[in-house]
Design a protein around this ligand. Structure first.
Ligand SMILES: Nc1ncnc2c1ncn2[C@@H]1O[C@H](COP(=O)(O)OP(=O)(O)O)[C@@H](O)[C@H]1O
Ligand SMILES: [Mg+2]
Length: 323
């Protein structure tokens, strides 16, 4: 559940001469985190808003789990889709608890179930229910407001989350913590997430795949690694800052570059990292220990192998050369 498909989707606002979104085609798989990345005004928000039908396409179709969303009641569609925007968009006159309860109430859940859900959601985003339930949005920091925004978006158990630059107004450290939170929630809940950003590092950290947009069109839709190493054109190359590879290694997870463990491998005494560690740590560990490769393990189980050669190919290979 949560499989989304764009087919030749376009939207031209009546007041504009150029379409805001132009012939966008692409599939987002169930459970995937896809970041829509591109400069301001390239159509990211417009594309996102067509998914929950805040905007309707001028032409083309969008399918959710194989169903044309035009054929669904808007209210039913939106129950399946959580929506998080910048500044969280919380209702200022409602407590945190009431904000989180909005969708469950609309869905007609029994009261005790709603109360339990509020606590469950606050725990999920690591805000203590006792402390935060009765506060108003103005009594929260920006980061806490975003956590409540995420809790509210998840409360009705949607199959998919739309997030439009949710951390755009949040300072660096809090922002990184919230990004980690999204990754953790994603691993735990396996929601499809469509996340708009104009921040390359954020996109590289979060995305399974990045949909790069420019002037309403999709320029490239690939994994972070492919974008860095095989940018489709000069625009993608420059946008991704592929010339600053060492910095980029710091935001790419080891899982993006590891290879399968050969069947006859006995695992030796190689140093170990986890798939979530970044490639810059991997590089420094290899250089520090002089080991030819690292074992990548998850919960004590080896899941992959990472060689210096693999990292070097990334760092100085195709990534260093403009297309
Ligand atoms: N409601 C609207 N009416 C007219 N033009 C709009 C409207 N919303 C967005 N646009 C225009 O559509 C283009 C894409 O905007 P938007 O999707 O908000 O870009 P992004 O989210 O990538 O910054 C821009 O040129 C913008 O000015
Ligand atoms: Mg926008």
């Amino acid at each position: 559940m949560g499989d989304l498909q764009f087919e030749e989707v376009s939207l031209r606002f009546p007041s504009e001469s150029r379409p805001a979104v132009h012939h966008v085609t692409g599939q987002i798989h169930s459970g995937e985190v896809v970041v829509i990345l591109g400069p301001s005004g390239c159509g990211k928000t417009t594309l996102l808003k067509m998914v929950n039908r805040l905007y309707e396409p001028t032409s083309g179709q969008i399918f959710l789990d194989g169903v044309n969303i035009q054929k669904l009641k808007v209210t039913r569609l939106r129950q399946q889709i959580g929506y998080v925007i910048q500044q969280a968009g919380l209702f200022p006159h409602m407590t945190v608890a009431a904000n989180i309860a909005v969708v469950p109430r609309l869905l007609g859940w029994p009261k005790p179930q709603i109360q339990a859900r509020i606590d469950e959601m606050l725990d999920l985003v690591r805000l203590s229910p006792g402390e935060f339930r009765h506060r108003y949005p103005a009594q929260l920091s920006g980061g806490q407001q975003q956590r409540v925004g995420i809790a509210r978006a998840l409360a009705g158990n949607p199959t998919m989350l739309l997030m439009d630059e949710p951390f755009g107004a949040i300072d660096g450290i809090t922002r990184t913590a919230l990004q980690d939170e999204i990754l953790r929630l994603q691993r735990q809940l396996k929601k499809t997430i469509l996340f708009v950003s104009h921040d390359v590092e954020e996109a590289l950290r979060l995305a399974d795949r990045i949909l790069v947009m420019r002037q309403g069109e999709v320029v490239q839709f690939d994994s972070p690694l492919t974008l860095l190493t095989q940018p489709a054109d000069e625009f993608v190359y420059t946008l991704l800052g592929a010339d600053d590879m060492v910095r980029q290694l710091g935001v790419l997870p080891v899982s993006a570059a590891m290879t399968a463990i050969p069947p006859e491998d006995h695992n030796g005494a190689r140093p170990t990292l986890s798939p979530q560690d970044n490639l810059r740590e991997a590089l420094s560990l290899i250089l520090r220990t002089g080991a030819p490769a690292l074992t990548i393990s998850q919960a004590g189980q080896p899941v992959g192998l990472l060689t210096l050669e693999r990292i070097r190919k990334l760092a100085v290979g195709k990534g260093g050369t403009p297309p």
